[in-house]
Design a protein around this ligand. Structure first.
Ligand SMILES: Cc1cc2nc3c(=O)[nH]c(=O)nc-3n(C[C@H](O)[C@H](O)[C@H](O)COP(=O)(O)O)c2cc1C
Length: 305
């Protein structure tokens, strides 16, 4: 089977991409598998300056998932470009996930990474507070989402721009169309779903920040519903994310219209998961008689048809 995925300006050997924030800068996982075998690597969210993140505890296990409030801890863009990127294998496309608090800061960060030859695409994390608008997330306000998307596209030096959508909205298809109209090359979804866990003995939240982002198998049905709706609402490619941990999960996301997937929390359960998935998903697709992803993508027989 030909496992290649053709995206605008980006060709993947296969549809498996480790999700931002769950695979470090890639290098940390080199001992669990051959990084060159992955479709691409999406690195931890990068900001202009290094960030320490939120106070601990910032991880809480929940049924079939986990809550996190890491708070975008990262080494900062300069250290990433100088000390991490040069050590990643040239054979795998690197996607830089970006985090900023204003459209201007997003634009500046984009210029810095997009000109680095090793960066294949940028992914913008719009689940972050827009300081100018009193902390409302970019991904929750269509006007702010349009502004930040256009600013990033204008500074991306022609490289593909993936807008990573927040599920914490009333209608994600509105945000999807907004990002498309503002020039996004592709969309990825979903980021984590805001949740909470509490301790009845200490009568305190389990996370120091009170609430956090839910991820893992618990969110898969929600993610699948949103990817299905967004893939129908836009004409640009969609990358599915949310609770994917098996080859069957990957094919489910492709069936509802995704071109590729990102795998997050599953790497915490098994650090070699993304590597084994590459073989498993190909074997499963071949067992279904597929010779390419195109013949399967978006072919769900809709309910009632
Ligand atoms: C510990 C942790 C850190 C994350 N950090 C980022 C990040 O820096 N940028 C980002 O866009 N998403 C981040 N995410 C969200 C994931 O990339 C992914 O969208 C989400 O976890 C859902 O996928 P999953 O259920 O496969 O984990 C993070 C998730 C986790 C669990």
């Amino acid at each position: 089977m030909d496992t290649t995925v053709h995206l605008p300006g980006l060709t993947l050997k296969n549809p498996i991409i480790p999700a931002s924030g769950t695979f470090g800068y890639g290098l940390e996982f080199a001992r669990y598998g051959d990084l060159r075998r992955l479709g691409a690597i999406c690195v931890k969210g990068l900001s202009r300056s290094p960030r320490q993140g939120n106070p601990t505890p910032r991880i809480a296990e929940t049924p079939c998932g986990m809550l996190n409030s890491i708070g975008l801890q990262n080494v900062g863009i300069e250290e990433f470009l100088e000390k991490k990127l040069p050590f990643l294998p040239a054979e795998v496309p690197i996607i830089a996930n970006l985090y900023a608090q204003s459209a201007e800061e997003f634009a500046q960060l984009t210029s810095q990474v997009a000109t680095a030859p090793r960066i294949a695409a940028v992914e913008i994390n719009v689940s972050c507070p827009n300081v100018r608008q009193g902390g409302v997330q970019f991904g929750q306000d269509p006007a702010a989402l349009a502004e930040v998307t256009a600013a990033v596209v204008a500074h991306a030096a022609g490289k593909p721009v993936i807008v990573k959508l927040s599920p914490n909205v009333t209608d994600i298809t509105v945000m999807a169309r907004t990002a498309q109209d503002a020039g996004a090359t592709m969309l990825s979804l979903i980021n984590t779903i805001t949740g909470m866990a509490v301790d009845i003995r200490t009568r305190t939240p389990r996370l120091a920040t009170g609430t956090g982002g839910l991820s893992g198998p618990a969110i898969k049905p929600i993610a699948l519903r949103m990817v299905h709706a967004v893939a129908k609402a836009v004409s640009i490619p969609v990358i599915g994310i949310g609770g994917i941990s098996t080859a069957e999960d990957v094919l489910e996301f492709l069936l509802v219209g995704a071109h590729a997937v990102q795998v997050g929390t599953a790497s915490f359960t098994r650090p070699d998961r993304v590597f084994t998935l590459v073989d498993e998903v190909t074997a499963l697709a071949e067992s279904l008689g597929l010779s390419s992803w195109e013949e399967f993508r978006g072919t769900l027989k809709e309910a009632g048809q």
